[in-house]
Design a protein around this ligand. Structure first.
Ligand code: HSE
Length: 404
């Protein structure tokens, strides 16, 4: 018998209990032992819910119980999650978590604590919801030098952008829908400002490149400035707008990472990743291209990934599973040096002036917006773009990067 304790009975925690109850016999078979949820920790009571019988309000009960082998942290947030996880590992209990904020900030410390004790700290559910991307990076793509990860890593914003573009819904309505469906973070600004995707690309990049990418170093822009007019331009161009989280290795030892809305063409494998789905594109030097696709948020997909970690930890109770992630820092190049093309909306200027400044520019007009026009630049560094954009003397209404 493997005893586990689940910290937090919110969306993901209740999903973990449901998954373990629903697939009890196949999970036990795969784990090679019976998995028993001995405790659920939450400050609240749940009268009438069977979980009430195993509910505890005091973490000391769990940490001091030598029968608990695995602690499942699905509370979210940094504190008290960090203290609880650290204490569990120091007491020799393996931990799995869906908490991307915790992994992005304290991943190296917690992995080291687990390694020293021959136990495990696993976090499959922290990135891509139910998509097994972390297991793929840790154990399947080990023959490759990975040089790019680009993903739609936030289900809430992908759902919102999809609804805004296909049904013309407004921002606040679709955000409320995403919250009602259990996709959004407790503080939805983590989704719409891109912070959640930022932490996820930091985690995936750290695993892929074998160094610690500090999420605070990543340039991050959310979707709050995206308007129905931007969507109209995207349609006119046969493109779509997605919030992408991307990191690339340039040359031997140079990296960049960014989270921002991008215009994507239909040739992109991420173009058709819609609704709450996540898609993660990985490029390896021998593998070439690979795409991972699946449900990126929500109770059961996320719980499925958490329980897969429980099974893995049950099978390796006293053996540390290796990851490529080290605490050596990964330094990013200046964004000014990063190349790309730019879609720019302007008013109060002329196509001639734009061409004088930018050289080549593809001009786009929308009948519905007679007081403005847009243009697409040639490939240039972000620094060059900024320099030229300043010459337009305040005529720029919006800029969206293009994913080539
Ligand atoms: N709020 C997150 C999302 C949950 O929308 O992707 C899954 O990490």
């Amino acid at each position: 018998m493997i005893n586990i304790a689940v910290l937090g009975y919110g969306t993901v925690g209740s999903g973990v209990v449901e998954v373990i109850n629903t697939n009890h016999s196949s999970i036990n078979k795969r784990a090679g032992d019976e998995i028993r949820i001995k405790y659920v920790l939450d400050l609240r009571d749940f009268p009438g819910d069977p979980v009430q019988e195993i509910l505890v309000h005091d973490y000391e009960v769990i940490i001091n119980d030598p029968e608990i082998d695995i602690v499942v942290e699905v509370m979210g947030g940094i504190e008290p999650a960090h203290t609880f996880v650290k204490r569990a590992l120091m007491a020799g209990k393996s931990v799995c978590t869906s908490n991307k904020a915790l992994v992005a900030k304290y991943g190296p410390e917690l992995m080291e604590l687990a390694r020293e004790r021959n136990i495990n700290f696993l976090f499959e559910a922290s990135c891509g919801g139910g998509i097994p991307i972390i297991r793929a990076l840790n154990s399947s793509l080990t023959a490759d030098e990975i040089d790019e990860i680009t993903g739609i890593l936030n289900g809430t914003t992908n759902y919102m952008l999809y609804k805004m573009s296909t049904e013309g819904c407004d921002f606040d309505t679709v955000l409320k829908e995403a919250q009602a469906k259990g996709y959004a973070e407790a503080d939805p600004s983590a989704d719409v400002e891109g912070y959640d995707a930022c932490r996820k690309i930091a985690i995936l990049s750290s695993l892929a490149y074998g160094r610690f990418l500090n999420y605070e170093d990543i340039y991050t822009e959310g979707i709050t400035k995206i308007t129905p007019e931007d969507m109209e331009y995207a349609k006119e161009l046969g493109m779509t707008i997605k919030l992408l989280a991307t990191s690339r290795k340039i040359g031997q030892d140079s990296f960049y990472a960014m989270v921002a809305p991008f215009l994507l063409g239909q040739e992109s494998p991420l173009y058709s990743v819609n609704d709450v789905f996540n898609g993660i594109f990985v490029h390896g030097n021998v593998l070439g291209d690979a795409m991972f696709y699946g449900s990126g948020a929500g109770k059961l997909p996320t719980a499925s990934a958490v329980v897969a970690d429980v099974v893995d930890e049950a099978r390796h109770l006293h053996r540390s599973l290796m990851t490529n992630w080290t605490s050596r820092p990964l330094k990013l190049m200046e964004l000014d040096q990063v190349n790309g093309r730019f879609f720019v909306r302007v008013a109060g200027t002329t196509p001639e002036e734009v061409k004088n400044i930018f050289g080549y520019a593809q001009i786009v007009n929308l009948k519905s917006l007679p007081d403005e026009f847009a243009f697409i630049t040639e490939n240039m560094t972000q620094g060059e773009y900024q320099e030229k954009a300043e010459k337009l003397n305040g005529s720029i209404k919006a800029m969206i990067r293009i994913k080539d």
